[in-house]
Design a protein around this ligand. Structure first.
Ligand SMILES: NC(=O)c1ccc[n+]([C@@H]2O[C@H](COP(=O)([O-])OP(=O)(O)OC[C@H]3O[C@@H](n4cnc5c(N)ncnc54)[C@H](O)[C@@H]3O)[C@@H](O)[C@H]2O)c1
Length: 268
């Protein structure tokens, strides 16, 4: 059991909604919140989560099997009375391809899954969050801060989500609502299954993928979410926590096999 799933007091008596909480990062966030005493409602197109956490702090996880992009589910989520909303659902939608080959339908799908539903769900829950002095945590990506060729539109919507986070935080701060983002990179999940994606012969390179190596785990992201959801971050709003082993901070610099660093294509 990792530190974020060890029973603790950080969210005792709080209620949380976590979108996409059946798998990957969302499931780790739901588990860590419940381990810290929260009553968590997960909404996911898949059943679950089937997760392991210690119930000593009195937390629990319930789930609704639904598409969070479908507006009719939003009143049910608002009725949970959340103190914390984690907008975790987001997706590449399609394999990398040149922007010139994209279609309107793909842009619409990318908009909906990465930005559109977040606006509508946040809008539906915001009055309740303001009554209770709540916290909103939005999952963006390192690619909201740097390029990702082949996924220009995805990165544009994630960057928009980051900017929504900033502006909304200023708007609702006086009402007692905090709004922050987490920008992951290199986290092993069903969407980004590095264990399958990285050929066996290249796995020895993991220590050089970021200043902290890699890959990271969903629990690494859950730690940041627990901080942003709880009173530990009472005076933190409008910011992004980068959970990426340092890929954003290092800006393309990687350790050479022979020692030292390079930001050039040739990396002997
Ligand atoms: N894994 C990474 O390295 C990484 C990197 C950058 C950003 N992110 C972001 O973190 C978030 C979570 O990523 P992940 O890798 O855990 O994703 P994932 O695809 O592994 O898990 C997402 C979960 O959301 C659910 N889901 C998808 N669409 C849904 C919908 N319309 N309605 C309800 N549930 C839905 C899926 O069933 C799944 O349980 C995403 O916003 C993603 O963009 C992840």
């Amino acid at each position: 059991m990792t530190a974020v799933r060890t029973p603790g007091p950080l969210l005792t008596g709080r209620r949380a909604v976590v979108t996409g909480g059946a798998r990957g990062i969302g499931a780790a966030i739901a588990s860590s919140f419940a381990a810290h005493g929260a009553t968590v409602l997960v909404v996911d197109v898949e059943p679950g989560p089937d997760v392991d956490f210690d119930r000593a702090a009195g937390g629990s996880i319930e789930s609704i099997e639904a598409d969070v992009c479908a507006a009719p589910v939003h009143p049910a989520l608002a009725a949970h009375g959340a103190d914390v909303l984690v907008n975790n659902v987001g997706h590449f939608v399609r394999a990398p391809r040149p922007f010139v080959d994209d279609t309107d339908d793909q842009w619409a799908a990318l908009h909906e899954v990465n930005l559109g539903h977040v606006l509508r769900l946040t809008h539906a829950l915001l009055p309740g969050l303001a009554e209770r002095g709540g916290s909103i945590v939005n999952l963006t990506t390192v690619e909201a801060h740097r390029a990702i060729p082949g996924h220009s539109v995805y990165s544009a919507y994630k960057a928009a989500l980051m900017q929504f986070t900033r502006s909304l935080s200023a708007e609702v701060g006086p009402a007692g609502v905090r709004v922050n983002a987490i920008a992951p990179d290199l986290i092993e999940t069903p969407q980004v299954p590095y264990a399958d994606l990285v050929p066996e012969g290249e796995r020895a390179l993991w220590p050089r993928w970021s200043p902290l190596g890699g890959p990271g785990t969903p629990d690494d992201v859950a730690g940041a979410a627990l901080f942003l959801a709880s009173d530990l971050s009472r005076f933190v709003t409008g910011t992004t926590v980068h959970v990426d082993g340092g890929t954003h901070g290092s800006g393309g610099w990687v350790p050479r096999a022979t020692g030292g660093w390079t930001n050039r294509p040739r990396n002997p």
